[in-house]
Every structure is written in C-alpha cells, then in structure tokens.
Write a protein that binds this ligand. Structure first.
Ligand SMILES: NC(=O)c1ccc[n+]([C@@H]2O[C@H](COP(=O)([O-])OP(=O)(O)OC[C@H]3O[C@@H](n4cnc5c(N)ncnc54)[C@H](OP(=O)(O)O)[C@@H]3O)[C@@H](O)[C@H]2O)c1
Length: 262
C-alpha cells in the first residue's frame, strides 16, 4: 500500500475523463476521498458517483469556482491534503502572429492562473497549517518549441516555473511537483494519435493510467523528500533523437486545422 494516501482528501480538476479521471480513480482506489471538477455538470455527477466522491461543475478559469471547489472539499471531507491541477486547454492553436490576444490570455487563465488560485485557496484553508501535496500536470512539450502550440507550450512552461517557485515558497509544509506527460490517448490529443501509430522509444503512446501512477506517487508520502521536481512520463519522447525511427507528432501538429474555438 502506498503510504500517506488512505483517509486523506484530494481535489482533482478536470477529472471526468482522460488523465484527471485516471488520477481520481487511482486515488479513490487507494482510500482517498476525492472531489472532482469539470465544466460538464452531468459528467461531474456521473464521475463523482462512480468514485463514491463529490464534485463541482465549473471552469477553473472562474475564480469563484476555484474557491468554491476548495471550500466544498474542505466542507465535505474536513481536509484537503492533495491538490491535482490537471484541467487545461490546448487552445488557441496556430501561429502566434495570427493569435487573438484574448484567446492567448484564456490559455494563461486556465493553465497558469487557475492552478495558482487553487493552491492559494488550499494553502489558506488547510495546507498552511496541516501540510499537503500539490501536483501540477504540465507537458513534455514545455521543454521545447513545436508547430502551432505556442500558447499551450508557453503557458505550460510558465506552469512548470510556477511549480518550482511554489515548491520553494511553501516548503517544508507543502510539496509542489509536476508531472509532464508525452502523448497520451485522451480526447485532448485525439487529433494527434488518431492519425496513426507514433513510434516512441518505449513502443507505444501513453495511456491515462501511466500518468496517473506518477501523479499519485508524487502526491503520496512515498515521495516525501521530493519537491520542485518535474517527472517526465513520456515513453522516451525526450530521448527520441537517439532512437532509430522518426517522430510523427510535429508533422501532425503542423498539418492540423482545428475547428473554430467555442
Ligand atoms: N493527452 C496528452 O497527450 C497530454 C500531453 C501532455 C499534457 N497533457 C495534460 O494533461 C492534462 C489532462 O489532459 P487530458 O489529455 O486528460 O484532457 P481531456 O481528456 O480532454 O480531459 C480534460 C478534462 O478537463 C476538463 N476541463 C477542460 N477544461 C476545463 C476547465 N476550463 N475547467 C475545468 N475543467 C476543465 C474536461 O471536462 P469538461 O470539458 O467538461 O470541462 C475533462 O474532464 C492537461 O493538463 C493537459 O495539458 C495531456
């Protein structure tokens, strides 16, 4: 059994599908009481029921929602030991010179500002006094540039920096770490992986459970001497250049024409 999970309470944002859902499931299976969020209220209800947990519908971009999600977790469970900042947007997609500044700001609101607001609320409500663990879901792509993903990559690089900054500011009470996934079979990345196989050193693209195991481990006391770390879980994407075979992901990002942003 992983130490420091059973009986604790967690808030996982963006947890009705994909990586967030796998994190919430693995936490619940380890005996953690879980609060999930997402924008689609029916999906939040369904997920919370399946987990035997609770949920709150709304966008993390809304400061009121972020505060309410922490308050709900504290109100229902009496504690909030673990915060997983997983909800994100990969919009706006395209060359930076064609980017609407308002849409660019939205990427930063969801991917950077919301995690900070959630950490602030969890710190003030519980973690400052009792301690805790934060895991921010970043991306392997934050370490380099790529076609059409300038807003996403820049905002995730900022989230990675925020992770280190918070880790320093909140130690020793609270540990703050990042997990940076490579290509994972979820809705967000469907436009990349559904076009055909991607050759990676470890032979396959990621499944949400691959990422969730790393998130849950970092959140647990098994990682009690780790803070400010960025755990790459990418099937070897970062070391692809030394591996025979090409890397199809950038070609697919280059050729993708996204539907109009809603
Ligand atoms: N998939 C990959 O290849 C990959 C690679 C690197 C990093 N990541 C990162 O992994 C994390 C999870 O992505 P995923 O691939 O699992 O995505 P996903 O399958 O599209 O799931 C996203 C989840 O977040 C929720 N969500 C989206 N926007 C939200 C918002 N503004 N407020 C609250 N909830 C929101 C979605 O539900 P609603 O739509 O109902 O809100 C859903 O539950 C993200 O941080 C992403 O950047 C993914």
């Amino acid at each position: 059994m992983t130490p420091g999970l059973h009986g604790r309470a967690a808030l996982v944002t963006g947890a009705t599908r994909g990586i967030g859902a796998a994190v919430a499931r693995q936490l619940a299976d380890a005996g953690v009481r879980v609060c999930v969020t997402a924008r689609d209220a029916a999906e939040v209800r369904r997920t919370a029921e399946q987990l035997g947990g609770i949920g709150l519908a709304g966008s993390v971009a809304d400061p009121e929602h972020a505060r309410a999600a922490v308050d709900l977790t504290l109100g229902e469970f009496g504690r909030i030991d673990i915060l997983v900042n997983n909800a994100a947007t990969n919009q706006p997609f395209g060359p930076l010179m064609e980017m609407d500044p308002q849409a660019w700001r939205e990427a930063f609101t969801v991917n950077v500002e919301a995690p900070l607001r959630l950490v602030q609320a969890a710190w003030r409500g519980w973690m400052r006094e009792h301690g805790g663990s934060v895991v921010n879901v970043c991306t392997e792509g934050a370490g380099h540039v790529g076609p059409n993903v300038g807003a996403y990559g820049t905002s995730k690089a900022a989230l990675l920096h925020l992770t280190g900054q918070l880790a320093g500011e909140l130690a020793p009470r609270v540990r703050v770490n990042a997990v940076s996934p490579g290509l994972v079979r979820t809705e967000m990345a469907r436009f990349v992986w559904e076009k055909g196989p991607v050759d990676l050193p470890l032979g396959r693209i990621g499944e949400p459970e691959d990422i969730a195991r790393a998130v849950v481990w970092l959140a647990s006391d098994a990682a009690e001497w780790i803070t400010g770390a960025d755990l790459l879980v990418d099937g070897g994407t970062r070391v692809q250049a030394a591996h025979p075979g090409g890397y199809a992901v950038h070609d697919r990002l280059r050729s993708y024409a996204p539907p109009p942003h809603s």
